[in-house]
Design a protein around this ligand. Structure first.
Ligand SMILES: [Zn+2]
Length: 265
């Protein structure tokens, strides 16, 4: 039995809360759990640490959580709020003298290679070394466990409207961010988990074309059966205390720094 420690490094949507110039939307500035960095998760077991996504707040998130070493990055998708801190991996590559391993679906890694070519190849010969060791997770690998160090994870496909994203299951917990819809095979991968961290950024806006509504999450969880559902990727229209009052039993809003545990038998 392996125990995983999951830390929500950020539960905000793309601009964070408050957005730049201190716009809090409907969120109460006096409630500390409304202060949200961009979405990211740390997963730790024994001496292994995996981080899901490297958004613009990546360096600050790792330092404030006192994470001393990162083994690999798992990417959900290549939207800027999930990748724009990727340059921080350069210093880890130099310190550890190894190419830094990153994982993602084919679409995500192809987009990263286009946007950050200098991290994938030595463009300035002899001046700036290449940084990344990319690992494509092919479609055929979805739904089956993979391992990095002491951590086993199972990737699954998600529809994010404008692109496909990846979710990751860790034992009896799973992380589903940036999801509009889930294919049946992914529901099967999630069936039986206890803890589900899931994107509810659309809130009650049925017209949202990239994120799930709360109603859709409730419907999915009829089949998945998670007993603790943590809503993440929260917008400025989603106040922490208002959500606590609104959400049904077994559901709760995420907040930055929330620590959870998961078990893998
Ligand atoms: Zn996205």
């Amino acid at each position: 039995m392996t125990r995983y420690k999951l830390t929500i490094l950020g539960c905000g949507n793309s601009p964070g809360t408050p957005t730049i110039c201190n716009n809090w939307g409907v969120c109460d500035p006096a409630e500390p759990r409304n202060r949200r960095l961009r979405a990211s998760l740390a997963v730790q077991a024994e001496d292994t640490t995996l981080i899901v996504d490297t958004g613009p707040d990546f360096r600050y998130q790792i330092n404030r959580t006192d994470i001393a070493r990162i083994d690999a990055i798992l990417y959900t998708h290549a939207h800027s709020d999930h990748v724009n801190g990727i340059d921080e991996l350069r210093i880890l590559r130099l310190q550890e003298k190894r190419l830094f391993p990153i994982y993602g679906n084919e679409e995500t890694l192809a987009t990263l290679r286009t946007r950050f070519a200098y991290l994938f190849d030595e463009l300035e010969k002899g001046v700036y070394p290449k940084v990344l060791d990319p690992h494509v997770i092919p479609c055929e690998a979805y739904g089956a466990p993979m391992a990095i160090g002491a951590i086993r994870f199972t990737p699954y496909d998600q529809d994010h409207g404008t692109c496909r994203s990846l979710g990751y299951r860790f034992g009896d917990a799973a992380y589903t961010t940036d999801m509009l819809d889930l294919p049946p095979e992914s529901i099967e991968t999630l069936r039986g988990i206890k803890t589900w961290i899931v994107d509810g950024c659309a809130y009650h806006t049925q017209e949202n074309r990239v994120h799930a509504t709360l109603e859709k999450i409730y419907a999915f969880n009829e089949t998945i059966g998670a007993t603790r559902v943590i809503i993440t990727h929260l917008s400025g229209q989603m106040d922490y205390r208002a959500l606590c009052a609104e959400l049904p039993r077994g559901y709760e809003p995420a907040y930055d720094g929330l620590v959870l545990e998961a078990f893998d038998s």
